[in-house]
Each structure stands twice: as C-alpha cells, then as structure tokens.
Design a binder for this molecule. Structure first.
Ligand SMILES: *Cc1c(COP(=O)(O)O)cnc(C)c1O
Length: 441
C-alpha cells in the first residue's frame, strides 16, 4: 500500500505528493500495513471499510484567512484555526468513508446528536513545531493516535487504525504548516486537535451508529513560561512580587476528577466539563490549576489537565522523581509524562530514582516541612513542563522550591531535552519530520 496517495481533486499531481509524503513518513512503508480486510466466504458480517488515509480527497480553501501576529489577542482567544481541516465519517453499517481535507468551517449536527446528550466524544492534543532548522515536526504522534483509539473505544466510538489517523494528521500539517508556522518564526507551534463525536440523530441511550472524526489545527499561546496566568489576570502588581511558578489549589474532599473503574485514563470530554467549576473557583482565588486528589488518604493524581511530578529526597536520603502510576485507570497516560519518565531513566538514572507509585498529600506535606521536597512540576502538551511554586491544601500554603530562575533544576533540564527534540536541536526518533507541501507549487 502506498503510504499516502492523495486522490487529487485539485492541481496537485498525486505522484508528486506520493513521493513527498513517502519521504515524510519513513516508517509507513515498513509497517506492511494493509487496509484490505480479509473476507471469508462464510463471514456473516458485512465488510466494513477501514479508515484509509490513502483515499483522501482534497478540497482547497479559496478564501484563506490572514495569519495573526504571535501572541496577539486572537492567539490568546484560542479560537483561530488554520485554513483546512480533515473530516471522515463512519457508520456502523458501512464503516469509514473517504476522508476529506477541506476548508475549515462549521459542522452540521441534528439537535438529537448523541454527542450533545451523552458525551460520546473524545479528543487528542498534540503540537506541530517549527524547528530552528526550519523543519516541521510532530512529537511522538503515534502515542497520541494510539491513545485516541483507547479513548474512542471507552465511550463506544468506533475503532480505527491509529497509523491511518497519524497519516491524516500529517497531511493536514503538511498542507497548512508552511503558512501557519512560517519558517521566519522558528520555535513556534500550532496546536492540533483530533476529535471524534457520535452524530447519530436519535435520542436512544445506546451505542452510536454514526460518528465523525475530524482534525483541526489551532493557534495557541505559549503557557510554559513558568508563570501562571490566573493571579496575573487578577492582579498584575501582585504577580511582580510573587515567585514565578504555578500555584495549585488542592481539590476539596467532595470533588474528584477520576475514580477507579471510571475513565480518567481516557481523553474524553466527559472528564473535562465537570472539572470546570473547580477550575473556575481556583482561578477566582488566584490559583492557576487544581491539584486533583483522590480518596481519604488524599492520593496526589494530576494537576489540571497535566500530569504531576515531584522530586524529593526520601528520609533515607535517596533522590527520587515521583509520579502517580497508571494502573488504576485514573491517570491520563500523558505523552509528556511518558517522555519525562523515559528520559529521566535513560539520562538521570545514576542520579535520580524514577518512581511511579501512589503517594499522598501527607507524604508531600512532610517532605516540604522536613525540607526534602526539591521541586514539583506539571507536565503536558499544553503547559509543557511548568514548575509549581505553591500548593494550597486544607487551609495551608505549601511553598515549593523552584530552584534557579523560573524552573526547578530537574524540571529545567528535562524541559530543555524535550524542547531540543521538538524543535530539532537534537535529532531524535520522537521528533517526526513532516515535509510541507507548497500550496502554490
Ligand atoms: C492531555 C492530558 C494530560 C497530558 O497529556 P500529554 O499527552 O502529555 O499532553 C494529562 N492529564 C490530563 C487529564 C490530560 O487531559
């Protein structure tokens, strides 16, 4: 199977594209993947079409938007998307239809659509980076596509081959990357949002028979300066006096984000809407994010929509990087989390023990009081690696050291490693290069 063959509905010669995309996806040809499902003669199931990026139909946007300035109010509004989007529909009787790359624009849904009533939705968040070497890169997109499959099937949305989703993402960014992440702005990024919704038009509470997969690319501000935004919004003068770093408000006893047997591990919309009240309260009190605790022992889980790490010394004097484990399906399996763990094991191994285990707010509090807590940070695509300087827990402020400058020391080191891979200063298999298409070529 050709890795990407665009069924060209425009001026693009498909052979030309084929070569370009073959270059951009070196692994695709080696997968030996085929979408031609095997049909047995006595197979009672109708043959359903698989998601197949090679069938993509291209419709060019003839009224493209102007590109906003970096850090402009439009960028902070987080609602400006690029000129194109990918869409692909699915039904339980036919499977996946032909994917489209077409002008960004509104979707049409019936008021009875399943997603609007039963939260049959999942999404992904990853970034497209403009490297200092002029190249476009995705960071471990295979992890996001695999996780999207996990999330989709958790809420009865259809399965698909994650490699095909990755190819669709690559076509979108190859198309819009040149204009929306200009070479003149190295070190910048776009935020990509693959999404799936069930759009059946009936109110029956049942597994959906229709779904829509789409991928959009959005301008996004940089949140990873190490300075939170909430307190700054509330009172800029105050922020001048305060130490940099995120300020977290520990969740109250009556509020949980995720629980054993639930779906905290899945990136499904149902996890986020119900957390917004707590987030709003935290913001109003001058905090940046909620630190989500669970159970009567106050297990530390995640910070906002980021994974959470601490670096402490045990009472026996061992230096440890600690984060909550994935086992109970409470914690989101973050790509940043995984990468932090892998890099720390590989590059800090002799120095720091890397530990995935349950730990409680009491342990964290004791480490702060005994001067054993060295740093804490949040890790995720949106906030990248952001040091935490304060945690408010049951009426008490825990001051967390942030080391030199805006970041703690280990957070700063790991952040630099990841940053270098994302922006091409270190050549690494996690940084997947995408060749761009010249729209006017
Ligand atoms: C998306 C997300 C993360 C971070 O995952 P990344 O893959 O690193 O972006 C962490 N926790 C929650 C709850 C999330 O939704």
């Amino acid at each position: 199977m050709a890795p990407i063959a665009i069924q060209s509905a425009s001026e693009y010669p498909s052979t030309d594209l084929k070569t370009r995309f073959t270059k951009s996806i070196p692994s695709a040809t080696s997968t030996g993947l085929t979408n031609a499902g095997i049909k047995h003669t006595n197979d009672p199931e109708p043959q359903l079409s698989k998601l197949d990026a090679s069938k993509l139909v291209f419709e060019r946007n003839t009224s493209p938007k102007a590109l906003p300035e970096p850090n402009s109010p439009e960028v902070w509004a987080q609602n400006v998307c690029t000129d194109h989007m990918i869409t692909c529909s699915w039904t339980s009787s036919t499977g996946w239809s032909t994917p489209n790359l077409k002008p960004y624009g509104p979707l049409s849904l019936m008021p009875t659509a399943s997603v609007l009533h039963y939260a049959t939705e999942c999404f992904e968040g990853l970034k497209l980076y403009r490297g200092y070497d002029g190249k476009l890169r995705l960071f471990r997109p295979d992890r996001n596509c695999q996780r999207m499959l996990t999330s989709a099937t958790r809420v009865a949305l259809p399965a698909f081959d994650p490699k095909e989703l990755q190819k669709l993402i690559e076509v979108l960014v190859a198309t819009d990357g040149e204009k929306w992440l200009p070479k003149s702005r190295p070190g910048s990024f776009l935020y990509l949002r693959p999404t799936m919704i069930a759009n059946d038009d009936h109110l029956g509470v049942r597994k959906p028979d229709e779904a829509l997969l789409y991928v959009i690319a959005c301008l996004f501000p940089s949140f990873d300066t190490g300075r939170g935004t909430a307190a700054l919004d509330a009172n800029p003068a105050l922020r001048e006096k305060e130490r940099p770093g995120l300020k977290l408000l520990a969740s109250k006893e009556d509020t949980v984000r995720a629980w054993p047997g639930g779906f905290g591990f899945a990136k499904v919309g149902a996890n986020y809407g119900p957390s917004l009240m707590a987030q709003g309260e935290a913001r109003a009190m001058g905090f940046d994010q909620v630190l989500w605790l669970l159970g009567k022992d106050c297990d530390v889980t995640e910070a906002g929509a980021s994974n959470f790490f601490v670096v402490w010394r045990t009472r026996e004097g061992r230096l440890q990087l600690v984060t909550a484990p994935l086992g109970d399906k409470i914690i989101l399996d973050g790509v940043t989390r995984k990468s932090v763990l892998e890099l720390a094991r590989e590059r800090l191994g002799g120095e720091v023990e890397v530990v995935e285990r349950k730990y409680t707010m009491c342990e964290l509090e004791a480490a702060v009081q005994e001067g054993r807590l060295l740093e804490a940070f949040a890790a995720g695509t949106a906030f990248f690696i952001a040091s935490v300087s304060k945690i408010h827990f049951r009426g008490e402020d825990l001051e967390i050291p942030t080391g030199k400058g805006d970041s703690g020391n280990y957070a700063a080191v790991i952040k630099t490693w990841l940053h270098d891979i994302m922006y091409g200063q270190e050549q690494h298999e996690w940084g997947v290069i995408v060749e761009e298409r010249q729209l006017n070529a």
